[in-house]
Design a protein around this ligand. Structure first.
Ligand code: ATR
Length: 290
């Protein structure tokens, strides 16, 4: 990396940011594309987000990613917000524009592109979505706006499932998200589903659990997509595979949310060949060799 007076800076704001893989994605892209750009993590303390944004603009930063816990909070400091991000209520990418930053959500387009690259379609699918937290809420928006046939949204707290389903159905003008209590999973119709695992259950270091353990549930899943990528073979994925389904972890979603952010900052398209090269670097870093 040859930093000089022309080097543009991008970065990540969040707390914590210490374990992020984003610098690897963006600095690998910059290096392979011969861009004079550097990406660094910025640890921002609670209550400092808006001053961080002002400082970032004053320092002529080209763009930022935003991670936990600031994806919603950051929205009040933005000049403009992209329509999808506004609907989802979460922003993870800021693009410098005249006078401030414009906010985008690249997590959901990232998930869509990751699934497409594996040949998984949302359009017309009968789906199960596990969870009703921030991640699941965004996935529900994606599924509704990409015309899934039906999405059973299962959550431990039924109230939260109902709230998310109600909001997504209303905002997308579709009636496709059906809320259910997690404990009612036996009432799911007897058919095969595409399932997306969007709870935090199974995430490192607590890797021994899946949100549902019953094998009968997993017999209903032809494809299981876990948003978790650490570990890269979650308990949920193992249970899907044991019943003959295909299972995927969330590392490609992380890859593509980064690639879409990089495209927005630099106003270009990253080729699939380049995306694969960055993915190899990510897998190596995570110790994934399959
Ligand atoms: P994120 O931003 O990653 O979505 P979150 O908003 O805290 O995180 O949401 C966590 C999700 O995991 C929720 O759907 C939560 O269920 P509740 O809404 O009922 O709390 C789910 N979750 C977390 N721990 C769980 C557990 N032990 N069993 C079942 N669901 C769990």
């Amino acid at each position: 990396m040859n930093i000089d007076g022309y080097t543009r800076t991008c970065g990540l704001i969040g707390n914590p940011v210490e374990h992020t893989l984003s610098p690897l994605i963006h600095n690998t892209l910059a290096e392979k594309l011969s861009h004079n750009l550097v990406y660094v993590p910025f640890h921002v303390e609670e209550g400092q987000v808006l001053s961080a944004l002002q400082g970032a603009y004053a320092l002529h930063l080209l763009g930022l990613n935003v991670t936990v816990p600031y994806k919603s909070q950051v929205m009040e400091g933005l000049l403009r917000i992209d329509e999808l991000a506004e609907k989802i209520g979460a922003v993870n990418t800021l693009v410098r524009v005249e006078g401030g930053f414009k906010g985008y959500n690249t997590d959901m387009p990232g998930l869509y592109r990751a699934m497409s690259s594996e040949g998984i379609q949302i359009e017309g699918q009968e789906m199960i979505l596990l969870g009703a937290g921030g991640a699941a809420r965004a996935v529900a928006f994606l599924c509704a706006s990409r015309n899934a046939a039906r999405v059973y949204l299962l959550n431990r707290s039924l109230k939260k499932a109902q709230a998310v389903a109600g909001e997504v159905n209303e905002k997308t003008g579709k009636d496709v998200i059906i809320p259910m209590a997690l404990s009612d999973y036996q009432r799911l119709p007897e058919q095969k589903f595409l399932a997306i695992q969007a709870t935090s259950v199974g995430l490192y270091p607590d890797t021994a659990h899946a949100v549902i353990e019953d094998e009968a549930f997993y017999r209903k899943i032809h494809t299981g997509y876990d948003l978790i990528y650490k570990p890269s073979n979650t308990r949920f994925m193992q249970l899907v595979q044991k019943q003959g389904g295909k299972a995927y972890h969330g590392l490609k979603m992380l890859l593509y949310q980064g690639i879409i952010a990089y495209e927005l900052w630099n106003n270009l398209s990253v080729s699939e060949e380049m995306a694969s090269e960055v993915y190899e670097a990510l897998k190596e870093k995570m110790g994934i060799y399959s």
